[in-house]
Design a protein around this ligand. Sequence first.
Ligand SMILES: C[S@@+](CC[C@H](N)C(=O)[O-])C[C@H]1O[C@@H](n2cnc3c(N)ncnc32)[C@H](O)[C@@H]1O
Length: 251
Amino acid sequence: MKDIRKMVQQRYGKIADESCCFNNQGISDTAVNYANIDLSALPEEAIQASLGCANPLVFARLSEGETVLDLGSGGGMDVLAASRLVGDTGKIYGLDMTDEMLQLANSNKAKMGANNAEFLKGYIEDIPLPDETIDAVISNCVINLSQDKQKALSEAYRVIKPGGRLRIADMVSIKKISPKLREDAEMWCGCLAGTITIAEYESILQNCGFSNIKIEIAHVYTKETIGIRTDLGDIDGAFAGALISADKNVL
Ligand SMILES: C[S@@+](CC[C@H](N)C(=O)[O-])C[C@H]1O[C@@H](n2cnc3c(N)ncnc32)[C@H](O)[C@@H]1O
């Protein structure tokens, strides 16, 4: 699996282009995950475009005036929901590498008139923002897609202000995964093959310099909910959507 990033980009570009038929293709249920978040100001297209695996906004506790960054912002649902929470005195950036997703996100932003939201093109492994400028980094079902998770999370650490926080939702593996699934590029693009264990996540976050690391499982996927090919080993209960929190201490 050499150029996985290109494959991921093509996959999500195609999904964004076909957004008329998104119909919530994520592996998780947006209505359930976002039950406690007010999405009433968002365009329906942004909600339909959600491809997340849990909800980073439930525990990010964003407040008025904060500067926030969403890694892998897709069609922009989390950015637009967060734009309401940080208000006119705050700012929210969405970062994504896929042109078609950025186009969709910008169209959703225009429909909502969210002037405090800005979508940036770039890689999460090389964040185009200065050091220590962000209060909270959020993300939803993206880090698992990166082949260099250490680089992506150390970039997040770099841009977070001392005293700031990382509050992300991501897929993790909670059972041994067959090598066949691990090597399947389609499964990587589908947020499964690139998953790591909770212990691996904790270790990477520690290496990046984060403290107060907590990883909680939000929900476990059964073979019915995940609905993938049966030739890839026992995937029943092998993956979970997790809420991952870590802080950057004031030195
Ligand atoms: C599964 S979708 C999640 C989108 C969004 N967070 C949501 O909850 O709907 C993954 C998104 O991450 C972007 N992405 C994946 N890998 C990336 C990378 N290395 N750098 C920047 N964006 C990336 C893709 O283009 C896609 O829009």
